[in-house]
Design a protein around this ligand. Structure first.
Ligand code: GAF
Length: 388
């Protein structure tokens, strides 16, 4: 059984500082840390000005940084041989490619926001599984942003946190070219330990929700079907949502009425809109149920959410459907796929004494069906980005 541990932040930071000094020949001045996330409910609702309920994972990305006097930037990772070198201004759209677009793009976006970005050496260590729908991209961006802001002499107060969220969204959408909606950067920076974050993308309000998880574990299963947000599926879903809003004459699907949605002539666009409108309506009841320990409501709404993503939004896959079905059969209170979809992870609410059994049942089913072996992790609601 593959259980992914988050590691000890102090130890990871110490090891990263040692690797940094070996690579660049001088010590790091700061280490930034930003978590991945798992979303509990509210999928593909953020770019429709809807509601989401993610929480920050204990699994994070770490970015060691030191200022340079020549104004130049060097970006490297412990997970990849690809590197990037240039100036913060060079790191904008059309500049860095691949994983370095997410890291270096943040320097460009911070500069655009008026931050006096210094030349910098960066080395990152990502402990959020890659391509697992757990927001390794946002963790990377936000870890770099908090490190660089510290080098620029800024405290991470509420204004600076919002600046980081906005800059990281620009890096992801404009430099890396992933047309995502902002949930991942928001929770990676604003999350508070022990809580999920209810975000309203219409009013831009955020509210921590304390979860009653007494006797329960949030178990995430990475199906190891790799998902990518820069390929066409995510953008196509977003375009369908925009087409639906245009058809209904509303600024976004947040303003759409389910009865009106049923009259959209194009079957595919109608189904996409139905997912978004019904999913937004599930978010507050799930937040209330998780806060009150109401297991029946969580089970019912997780099941409806998963079916909606599978049938109406068409972003699930056999592995995700299997992980969800087997988790519930083996004793989970509720389970659903989480994140952007097309692979990635499921999340299940599991009584503590059933966690081992659920993990084993999923592993067995995957082996029987010839799927790659999945990995599991415990999603303890953790704090947002900061310095280690
Ligand atoms: C990805 C995106 F980055 C988010 O903005 C969100 O749309 C999510 O998919 C689906 O809920 O994580």
């Amino acid at each position: 059984m593959d259980l992914l541990e988050p590691g000890n932040p102090d130890q990871i930071a110490a090891d990263l500082r040692a690797a940094f000094e070996q690579r660049y020949g001088a010590p790091a001045a700061v280490v930034g840390r930003a978590p991945g996330r798992v979303n509990l409910i509210g999928e593909h609702t953020d770019y429709n000005r809807g509601l989401v309920l993610p929480l920050a994972l204990p699994h994070a990305t770490y970015a060691a940084a030191a200022p340079r006097t020549n104004g130049r930037v060097r970006v490297a990772s412990l997970q990849s041989d690809a590197t990037w070198e240039g100036t913060p201004v060079d790191a904008g759209p059309g500049g860095p490619q691949g994983w370095t677009a997410y890291a270096a793009g943040v320097l460009w976006a911070l500069g655009e926001a008026g931050v006096d970005v210094p030349g910098v050496d960066l080395l990152v260590d990502g402990r959020v599984p890659l391509g697992a729908g757990l927001s390794s991209s946002a963790a990377l961006e936000c870890s770099v942003a908090v490190a660089v802001l510290a080098l620029a002499g800024r405290d991470l107060d509420a204004d600076a946190r919002q600046l980081v969220v906005d800059a990281c969204i620009r890096a992801e959408t404009e430099v890396a070219g992933a047309p995502t909606g902002g949930m991942d950067q928001t929770v990676s920076v604003l999350a508070e330990a022990g809580t999920a974050l209810l975000v309203d993308f219409d009013s831009d309000e955020t509210r921590p929700v304390a979860l009653d998880l007494d006797g329960l574990t949030l178990l995430v299963t990475d199906t190891r079907v790799s998902h990518e947000l820069v390929d066409g599926g995510y953008a196509a879903r977003r375009a369908d949502c925009e087409a639906a809003a245009a058809e209904l004459g509303v600024p976004s699907l947040r303003q759409a009425d389910l009865g009106e949605v049923d009259r959209i002539p194009d079957q595919r666009v109608r189904a996409r809109a139905r997912h978004v409108v019904t999913e937004i309506d599930r978010v507050r009841p799930v937040a209330e149920a998780l806060a009150a320990g109401d297991r029946d409501t969580v089970e019912r709404l997780f099941a409806l959410s998963h079916a909606s993503m599978r049938d109406d939004f068409e972003i699930s896959c056999d592995e995700l459907d299997a992980a969800v079905a087997v988790a519930v059969e083996a004793g989970a209170v509720g389970a659903r796929m989480t994140g952007g979809g097309f692979g990635g992870s499921s999340v299940a609410l599991v009584p503590d004494e059933r966690v081992e059994a659920v993990m084993r049942a999923i592993d067995t089913e995957f082996a029987l069906r010839g799927f790659a072996a999945p990995a599991h992790l415990r999603a303890e609601p953790s704090a947002g980005a900061g310095l280690v």
